[in-house]
Design a protein around this ligand. Structure first.
Ligand SMILES: C[S@@+](CC[C@H](N)C(=O)[O-])C[C@H]1O[C@@H](n2cnc3c(N)ncnc32)[C@H](O)[C@@H]1O
Length: 263
């Protein structure tokens, strides 16, 4: 119940023809009439990937409530290129998962998936994931709150959370968290991780992000549909090298000299 000045309003959501009509009731003046307050449109979309019919509930109240173009392109790419990107039994993290369609397809392809987003997106994400994966996936997908750039090492310490793949679809658009997004990508893209980022390039700031992305990672353009681009990226961090002791170097040197004398 929200309180505006002296008057208390009660908001009650009602589902009518797949739209949520929110009715408000003024309790202070005992107004008997329920009045329409605002609408949150809810739609269901059906998609076919990985041999399954997938039903996605959408809403218009947040960026994560609808399916964006990069999600469809990435789902199609993952479905059609299972040899190049083999998700079977792989640990996968999706960031900015929105409605969850990419995470659902990754789960159907046999991955152990964690779908992450801001708190307000998690309810719809969770229900889309469970409706479409229950009883038909090797691993039950998880849902996690993950706000780019915040508390990463505390919540997802790099020594514990290692993913084979990090997936991101249309996470770059007009918003103020591009730096935090890149920090998040760097945090999760460890040696052995492949980051797959799919995006529609719309603004100048998207191109600037792309340049920073290329500077941060070893990148490959996997696909370009004209509308969206799909990049794979790996870390530029040095791989852990096996240290060789001085004695071993000396021994190798002596063996080489001996071989040369024998020749
Ligand atoms: C444009 S939508 C894309 C959603 C989905 N990946 C798709 O392609 O359909 C961007 C997503 O990023 C999430 N997002 C935006 N800013 C974020 C932040 N600072 N931290 C975490 N997630 C964020 C939004 O909640 C939303 O789900």
């Amino acid at each position: 119940m929200k309180n505006f000045g002296k008057t208390a309003h009660i908001f009650v959501p009602v589902l009518i023809n797949s739209s949520i009509l929110v009715l408000s009731y003024d309790s202070e003046v005992h107004q008997k009439l329920w009045q329409p307050s605002f609408y949150i449109k809810v739609d269901k979309e059906i998609h076919y990937f990985a041999g399954h019919e997938i039903s996605i509930w959408e809403s218009l109240d947040s960026y994560g409530g609808t399916i964006w173009p990069a999600t469809l392109a990435l789902c199609q790419y993952l479905d059609m290129n299972r040899g190049t990107v083999n998700l079977l039994d792989k640990a996968v993290l999706e960031i900015g998962a929105g409605t969850g369609l990419v995470s659902i397809v990754a789960s159907l392809l046999g991955a152990w998936v964690t779908a992450s987003d801001l708190p307000e997106a998690l309810g719809n994400l969770r229900s889309n994931l469970s409706r479409n994966t229950r009883g038909c996936c090797r691993y039950k997908p998880q849902v996690a709150e993950l706000s780019w750039g915040y508390g990463l090492e505390q919540t997802f310490p790099r020594s514990v959370y290692r993913y084979d793949y990090v997936l991101a679809a249309d996470v770059v658009y007009h918003h103020d968290f591009l730096e935090e997004l890149l920090v998040t990508m760097r945090h999760f893209c460890q040696p052995g991780t492949t980051l797959i980022w799919c995006n529609k390039i719309r603004f100048g700031s998207d191109l600037a992000f792309l340049e920073n992305f290329k500077m941060s990672f070893n990148t490959t353009l996997l696909a370009d549909t004209g509308e969206v681009k799909i990049y794979s990226a790996t870390t530029k961090e040095p791989q852990v090298s096996v240290m060789v002791s001085e004695d071993e170097v000396q021994q190798k040197e002596e063996e080489r000299e001996k071989e040369e004398e024998e020749e």
